[in-house]
Write a protein that binds this ligand. Structure first.
Ligand SMILES: *Cc1c(COP(=O)(O)O)cnc(C)c1O
Length: 448
């Protein structure tokens, strides 16, 4: 065991040390070599040391270097050293995070991490927190609690009776709603095409003045951090109107809500803490390993009503059971890395991480604008959308950047315009990474 675990640690160290010198996206030849993994399952066991060595030899080169400093695709965090190291230890623990009786350490870390999170984000101290797989399941969990609450107000027990014959629920979203939130709405039986869409402005923000008149059981879904532009919906206005009409307001804040931890962004975040639930991704801007999201719900009783497998949530004064806050029962002890990340960063470290990456996004935008290219969004947080002219040319530049390997940025379509999206979400990104990546992008653009 000692030699094997040591070999795993050595391989991980070697991987991390060589990351800076390799192509951010794996080379074609390295992806093709993955075929060597595709052998018929042999009859006899294989030495675990050989299994690990094969995985490192074939697998490590075929990874996308998202833990390095020059990956800006989708919205992707790296993993902080404390988080990765803790995850390595937690893999050896292999705790089942469902019940306190299965893992007192997970239950304890979730409670501490929840308290720290709610405090550093300025959310209600007694809110419920579920440790889920990511933003999609965080949206799902929060919206399930919302579904419970709005139907309970209408005299309907959705957990017991389902949706057949239930009073209809109106779900109001902004026109720029994230696809994952619509997926959650679909999974909950609320119908992604039944939603009422409120038009968005040129940054992707819901236009509060166009919010329809609300009556009956209603959920309003707003965003903190548009996945393309990074824009924030006007929370204060929307929430006030929605609450006056008795609606539940849910915030999809997968990455954007981490700005609550920084004093530099209060002009964007004002009012968001008045919502009823908040979905966040820890594997994005907090920089913990995949897969890690947070479903935060003001009234924990609604969360337990929607998520408990039994009526155990009715037992007053009992200890918090992790699985009463999540769709999953058995799962890994995700609280470990969130605790470790927060502990290692501290308040100032978290705030610095958010502010630093936003500064780098502005550096990208300035460099691109300075070279004559059009930045399509107001760079309010860590997201930059740039056009290199026609859709064809922009797509060609995106491909060239990805193939060249210094950096990796994805393509997107923003309000009808083809663009390259740069999302600076990693603790590992340095100013030198930004300089090198910007140069690689400008070189690719000049060649097309
Ligand atoms: C990433 C993202 C999601 C989905 O999160 P996953 O972790 O991929 O499930 C939802 N909403 C927004 C705004 C996002 O950026």
């Amino acid at each position: 065991m000692r030699n094997l675990y040591q070999a795993a640690a050595d391989a991980a160290i070697c991987y991390a040390e060589h990351l800076d010198g390799r192509s951010v996206f794996p080379l074609k030849a390295d992806i093709e070599r993955l075929q060597e993994l595709d052998v018929p399952l042999q009859e006899e066991p294989v030495d675990p040391a050989v299994v690990l060595a094969d995985l490192d030899r074939l697998g490590s080169p075929a990874t996308v270097a998202t833990t390095g400093g020059r990956y800006y695709g989708f919205v992707t965090g790296s993993s902080l050293p404390a988080a990765t190291a803790s995850a390595m230890l937690a893999a050896a623990w292999d705790q089942n995070g469902s019940y306190r009786a299965l893992s007192p350490i997970n239950a304890a870390l979730e409670e501490v991490a929840s308290r720290w999170l709610l405090d550093v984000l300025g959310l209600p101290a007694d809110a419920g927190v579920g440790f889920v797989t990511g933003g999609t399941m965080a949206n799902f969990t929060c919206l399930a609690a919302a579904r419970h609450a709005v139907l309970q107000s209408a005299g309907w027990d959705v957990e017991a009776q389902g949706l057949f014959g239930a009073p209809p629920i109106t779900v109001i979203v902004g026109d720029e709603v994230h696809a994952s939130a619509l997926k959650a709405i679909r999974l909950l039986g609320l119908g992604s095409e039944r939603v009422v869409r409120v038009p968005a402005d040129n940054q992707g923000r819901m236009r509060a003045e166009l919010l329809p008149v609300i009556s009956g059981p209603t959920i309003v879904l707003i965003q903190a951090g548009n996945v393309n532009s990074g824009a924030f919906d006007p929370a204060a206005e929307v929430i006030e109107k929605a609450h006056q009409a008795g609606a539940w307001v849910h915030v999809d804040g997968a990455f954007g809500l981490w700005t609550l931890a920084s004093k530099n962004h209060t002009h964007l975040t004002a009012g968001f803490n008045q919502a009823d639930s908040w979905a966040m991704d820890a594997h994005k801007w907090l920089n913990v390993p995949q897969d890690s999201g947070l479903a935060i719900i003001r009234s924990a009783v609604n969360q337990r009503a929607a998520m408990s497998a039994t009526a155990a949530y009715l037992i007053a004064g009992s200890d918090r059971e992790p699985c009463h806050y999540t769709p999953e029962m058995s799962r890994r002890a995700r609280g470990v890395e969130i605790w470790a990340a927060l502990r290692s960063l501290g308040r100032s470290g978290l705030s610095d991480l958010v502010n630093r990456t936003c500064t780098y996004a502005r550096l990208f935008a300035a460099g691109l604008t300075g070279a004559g290219y059009e930045v399509l969004n107001d760079v309010v947080i860590n997201q930059v959308l740039v056009s290199f002219g026609s859709p064809e040319r922009t797509q060609a530049v995106v491909r060239a950047v990805q193939d060249e390997g210094t950096t990796w940025c994805g393509g997107t379509v923003w309000q009808g315009h083809t663009a390259m999206r740069i999302s600076v979400s990693s603790w590992a990104t340095t100013e030198d990474d930004v300089t090198r990546s910007l140069q690689a992008i400008l070189n690719a653009a000049a060649a097309h």
